[in-house]
Design a protein around this ligand. Structure first.
Ligand SMILES: [Zn+2]
Length: 340
């Protein structure tokens, strides 16, 4: 290959110059391991089970994973919660509905109607049980609601871990849960990040700016002294990819553990306390202690409890009960943000 082939366009040279400037002017306090990490943040919009209370809306969460905004379940009045907690709902391009009990989707017709009224044009993808498409179409037909945007439907199934969305940054899977009606959980995973240039090493290695891009892409390079520089000698391991599992309504079921192994944050419903465990079993729900047992078996890093029955005014007992089994627990409280 002639030298002309490796000549870099001027724009690219400027870009590389800026990149290098960024490396050499960063302070030592910036940990390379966290560089370029994108947001992975969960906002709780609703944490109540069947009936809402004055403080708790029915199930809904907004996940920002690498700037992909995913709404997970959409209980009644979710659009009001989005406004209340200052989340821009036109950013939402993906909606995941776990099952067709009303407290998990009654907010959907209103939300998509508002999206249309407010001028949405870009398509929306809804991942859900297949019957939801009929429900929404009947509502829109009889209420003469005409949407200005397209809905793409992706139907979940109960055949194990099932990839339902993928792009260059993330993957989303559904997996079966055991509830009174067909229900799935969802697993959100970051894709592995590329290796990072070790800017302190770079100063000593005599590598041309053109070769920095090659290093970033994972290749070895030959430096200006003709020495081979192995990729691992000039780059740092990226931080491990993060993950979030959403276990919507389910009876205590050890079978789900295989789908959510080593997850960073596990949301598991805890509709009841252990004193009502018979009621939990009968209604295909779980207790806080059972949610903690699942978190422990799955080796999750953190457990988020939610879907609390309206019979409980104070939620501290949920933390106490789960904390006996699994240390790192949090309560889903409407408006709470959790960084993953
Ligand atoms: Zn349910």
């Amino acid at each position: 290959m002639g030298s002309e082939d490796t000549q870099m366009p001027f724009g690219m040279q400027i870009l590389l110059f800026c990149l290098l400037l960024r490396f050499f002017t960063a302070t030592k306090n910036e940990l390379p391991a966290t560089m370029n990490r994108q947001n992975f943040e969960l906002l709780i919009l609703g944490s109540s089970s069947a009936s809402p209370t004055s403080e708790r809306n029915p199930s809904a969460q907004l996940l920002n994973i690498c700037q992909r905004y995913c709404l997970i379940d959409c209980g009644e009045a979710t659009q009001i919660q989005l406004r209340r907690f200052k989340a821009r709902f036109q950013n939402i391009d993906h909606i995941f509905i776990s099952h067709l009990h009303g407290d998990h989707f009654f907010g959907l017709p209103g939300l998509i109607g508002s999206m249309s009224l407010l001028g949405r044009k870009q398509a929306l993808t809804i991942y859900c049980p297949k019957e939801l498409k009929d429900i929404i179409e009947v509502i829109n037909q009889h209420s003469e609601t005409l949407l200005n945007f397209q809905i793409n439907w992706v139907f979940t199934n109960n055949r194990g871990l099932n990839l339902i969305f993928e792009d260059d940054k993330i993957e989303v899977y559904s997996f079966p849960l055991k509830h009174r009606i067909y229900c799935t959980g969802f697993l959100f995973k970051e894709k592995p990040l590329p290796r990072k240039i070790d800017k302190y090493k770079l100063e000593t290695l005599n590598i041309s700016t053109a070769d920095i891009l090659k290093l970033k892409s994972g290749f070895d390079v030959v430096n200006e002294n003709g020495e081979l520089i192995k990729n691992e000698d000039a780059t740092l391991s990226p931080p491990p990819p993060r993950s979030y599992a959403y276990c919507s309504d389910t009876v205590f079921d050890q079978n789900i553990v295989e789908y959510i192994k080593n997850v960073d944050l596990l949301y598991h419903e805890s509709t009841f306390l252990d004193e009502h465990k018979e009621r939990a079993k009968k209604t295909f729900h779980s207790t806080a202690r059972q949610a903690a047992q699942i978190a422990k078996s799955a080796n999750a890093k953190q457990l988020l409890l939610g879907h609390f029955s309206a019979r409980y005014n104070k939620l501290n007992d949920f933390l106490k009960e789960a904390g006996d089994v699994f240390e790192n627990c949090e309560l889903a409280i409407d408006g709470k943000k959790i960084n993953i």
